[in-house]
Design a protein around this ligand. Structure first.
Ligand code: F0G
Length: 458
């Protein structure tokens, strides 16, 4: 049996090398057992993130050569604007340097201190950008999303009863807007159904609330709708996307994922008022409203990549490669989040390392151990990422304590997936010998990026 067949051939290669066992041992200690602090030259297969790590197509590289680097009115801006209008159906678009730039502008303009922004599970930068202007982000995802074994096909769905309860308890004026993430990252890359998007939008309109999407992985979400939701089996991805976005007032978007580029982001909306406010402010934080922190050539690559990333054959290969890695692990009973999501395979660290207490950061420990074993870099997605309670300052221990093996788009072969699976299976056989960690350095914001750890004895 073979893995999913790639719908492309390779024109340029970048050599990679596995560091020696001794170097891997030293490197992870120099990095304070934090894979974010490893040097990329010490990494063999880099599954840290799918963000900005895609391989661009010949068509995108050709687009880079027609970058119009005019400060104002770059022609690539208008190409990007047209691409956003055609693919996502939004009338207005404000460019930003990456997704969090758009999050900043959206949150700053829509949230008043003390307000709530309910969302289908948090994402790290999104949560912080809600908290900085004085908001809070309650979780309104369905309960199934918190159970790694549950195979619900749309684990990203919002629980309308939870939304209703929030409004009953706090009053509708306390809600800044409803925030819906596509293909929910922290839940394991789990999609939201079209039906749920429709219902959330109807609910919001009844209560005169706005719906803002985090549409970052919307193309992969659209693929799952086509694969799993009745009535969409033969619908072109672009039509699915446009229908999805019609159930929102606007979105923020990190282009670094589904647009198959290395940098970029934008905010898009049907709402003239949101557009006017954010367009006025983009010049303060990002750059002029016709580049927003991106070079002209980068905007061209995003414009082309947004369209390319909606091709059905590409999305099928993409999601099947992720599934291929997941199934190699499931076959050997490695605990992973099910069903396998769009952009990554998530290991359940609580089941992988049951001998470690939560205070010894099982997911951080596992991520460091995988690197030391194999040279494969992954990312902690558990209590270190979740951070501390805003009010009590205590560590929060979420139900999901995961390690993310994130697959860059069009970058690694199926053999790389097989090597990764085999290394993790080998590590699982000696899991009881892996000691836990204690945190010895904790930065104030988004601590997972820069915190440092030391091993504690078993
Ligand atoms: N929203 C989601 C769902 C994301 O996954 C990310 C980034 C952002 C917003 C912020 O976008 O990085 O362009 O500023 N996720 C990356 C990851 C970092 O590795 O999951 P950004």
């Amino acid at each position: 049996m073979h893995g999913p067949v790639e719908p492309f051939k390779i024109k340029v290669v970048e050599p990679v090398k596995i560091p020696s066992e001794k170097r891997r041992k030293d490197a992870i200690r120099e990095a304070g057992f934090n894979t974010f602090l490893l040097l990329s030259v010490d990494v063999f297969i880099d599954l840290l993130t799918d963000s900005g790590t895609s391989a661009m197509s010949d068509n995108q590289w050709a687009g880079m050569m027609i970058g119009d680097e005019a400060y104002a009115g770059s022609k690539n801006f208008y190409t990007l604007e047209k691409s956003v209008q055609d693919v996502l159906g939004y009338k207005y678009m404000v460019p930003t340097h990456q997704g969090r730039g758009a999050e900043h502008l959206m949150s700053k303009n829509l949230i008043k201190p003390g307000q709530l922004v309910p969302r289908n599970m948090y994402f790290t930068t999104s949560k912080l950008h809600v908290e900085l202007p004085g908001g809070t982000m309650p979780d309104v995802i369905i309960d199934e999303a918190h159970d790694p074994e549950n195979t619900h096909p749309f684990k990203g769905n919002i629980d309308l009863k939870k939304l209703e309860k929030l409004i009953d308890e706090h009053g509708v004026e306390k809600i800044a807007y409803i925030n819906v993430e596509m293909d929910v990252n922290m839940a394991g890359g789990q999609p939201v159904s079209m039906q749920n998007l429709r219902e959330v939008y109807e609910f919001a309109k009844e209560h005169k609330l706005k719906v803002i999407f985090d549409a970052t992985r919307s193309s992969e979400n659209a693929y799952f709708i086509r694969e799993r939701e009745k009535g969409y089996e033969d619908t072109p991805i672009i039509n699915i996307l446009r229908e999805m976005m019609s159930y929102s007032d606007g979105c923020i978007y990190s282009s670094k994922k589904d647009c198959l580029v290395n940098i970029g982001g934008f905010l898009a909306t049907h709402d003239k008022e949101i557009f006017e406010k954010t367009r006025s402010e983009v010049v303060v934080y990002e750059g002029l409203h016709t580049y927003g922190g991106m070079a002209g050539r980068d905007m061209e690559a995003v414009a082309r990549g947004l369209r390319e990333g909606t091709q059905y054959e590409y999305l099928k290969y993409r999601t099947n490669q992720t599934r291929y890695l997941g199934e190699l692990l499931i076959k050997e009973n490695i605990p992973v989040v099910k069903p396998i999501g769009g952009h990554a395979v998530f290991l359940n660290a609580l089941k992988f390392l049951p001998h470690l207490p939560r205070e010894q950061w099982p997911a951080q420990t596992l991520s460091a151990a995988i690197y030391e074993e194999s040279g494969v870099r992954s990312m902690e997605r558990g209590a270190v990422s979740k951070g501390r309670d805003k009010i009590t300052g205590e560590n929060i221990f979420p139900k999901l304590e995961l390690v993310r093996l994130t697959i860059p788009r069009r970058v690694y072969t199926n053999t790389h997936m097989e090597y990764t699976a085999e290394s993790i299976i080998k590590l699982y056989e000696k899991k009881d010998t892996i000691p836990g960690l204690k945190m010895v350095h904790e930065p104030k914001y988004l601590r997972f990026f820069q915190s440092r750890f030391e091993q504690v004895s078993l």
